[in-house]
Design a protein around this ligand. Structure first.
Ligand code: PEP
Ligand code: MN
Length: 285
């Protein structure tokens, strides 16, 4: 913790207490609680339009969905690629949503860039320093996932690579780290959230979907992250998780996502954040 000087651009200071990244009217790191939601992967027109309509009805303003997927096995579904990007664009345009999608490597940046509002950099790329340097030259917000074996210092130094290039719109995302216990897919490091808030001016959100791998505990961890001071959440939601081509076990069903929004609303204003006025009119409420 005495290493704050190693990342001068990412560190918190009196002159730079917090950065706000504004996306589609949502002030991430500011007064808003940012909720990003959508499927792990874009799978089909029917899937994405169904999920998009549900989320839009709930008041969600930022849609997630992978078009290029970093899968452990090369035999697993790799994503719809540019067709997936096109589907994201049409659903987002229909519902006035912003898009976040992963850029898996530098060779895909030019392809993904025009479709997305936020460039998602995956956990597996957090230490891809040449890539991070190139991302620093872009002018769109960047969501930097924590590497699954990264210390907080390594994570902030990765952010520093991007900031050095001139792109100041970096959002951090705690998505769980590898530990000895495989009961959960990863171990969600809740302490990282207040620690990052202490060390850095950058906004931080939490992804309890990748962190747990288990839809039955995603909501508890989401609420814990917000209580710990997170600026927002990224949540995987699917219309038919059992049939999902990627990360089905950790994807919330619609009723579970509605339940999360209701619970967030009950929390009221927390850590100075206004819980957006989510619509509460579905059959599940
Ligand atoms: C994802 O968000 O679907 C994903 C692959 O995330 P991570 O890079 O955190 O594993
Ligand atoms: Mn996923």
């Amino acid at each position: 913790m005495g290493l704050k000087n190693s990342y001068p651009l990412a560190k918190k200071s009196i002159d730079n207490p917090h950065t706000i990244v504004e996306v589609n009217g949502i002030k991430i790191g500011g007064k808003d609680l940012a909720i990003i939601a959508g499927p792990c992967a874009v799978e089909s027109e029917e899937q994405l339009f169904t999920i998009g309509a549900f989320l839009a009805e709930k008041g969600i303003k930022i849609l997630r969905g992978g078009a290029y997927k970093p899968r452990t096995s090369p035999y697993s579904f790799q994503g719809l690629k540019e067709d997936g990007l096109k589907l994201l664009k049409s659903v987002a345009q229909k519902h006035d949503m912003a898009i976040i999608t992963e850029v898996m490597d530098l060779s895909l940046l030019d392809t993904v860039y025009p479709y997305t509002d936020i460039l998602q950099i995956g956990a597996r790329n957090m230490k891809n320093y040449h890539f991070l340097k190139e991302l620093g030259k872009t002018d769109k917000p960047i969501l930097l996932k924590r590497g699954m074996d990264a210390t907080l210092e390594e994570w902030l130094l990765a952010a520093e690579y991007i900031l050095m290039g001139g792109n100041k719109q970096v959002i951090l995302c705690e998505r769980g780290i590898r530990t000895f216990d495989h009961t959960t897919r990863n171990t969600m490091d809740i302490a990282a959230i207040p620690l990052i808030k202490h060390l850095s001016h950058l906004p931080i959100i939490a992804d309890p979907s990748q962190a747990t791998g288990n839809r039955d505990i995603v909501n508890s961890m989401a609420l814990a992250a917000i209580a710990a001071g997170a600026d927002g959440l990224m949540i995987e939601v699917h219309n038919n998780p059992e049939a999902a081509l990627s990360d089905g076990p950790q994807s919330l069903r619609f009723d579970q996502f509605s339940d999360l929004l209701n619970k967030l609303k009950l929390m009221g204003t927390l850590n100075g954040k206004e819980i957006p006025d989510f619509q509460l009119k579905t059959q599940f409420n």
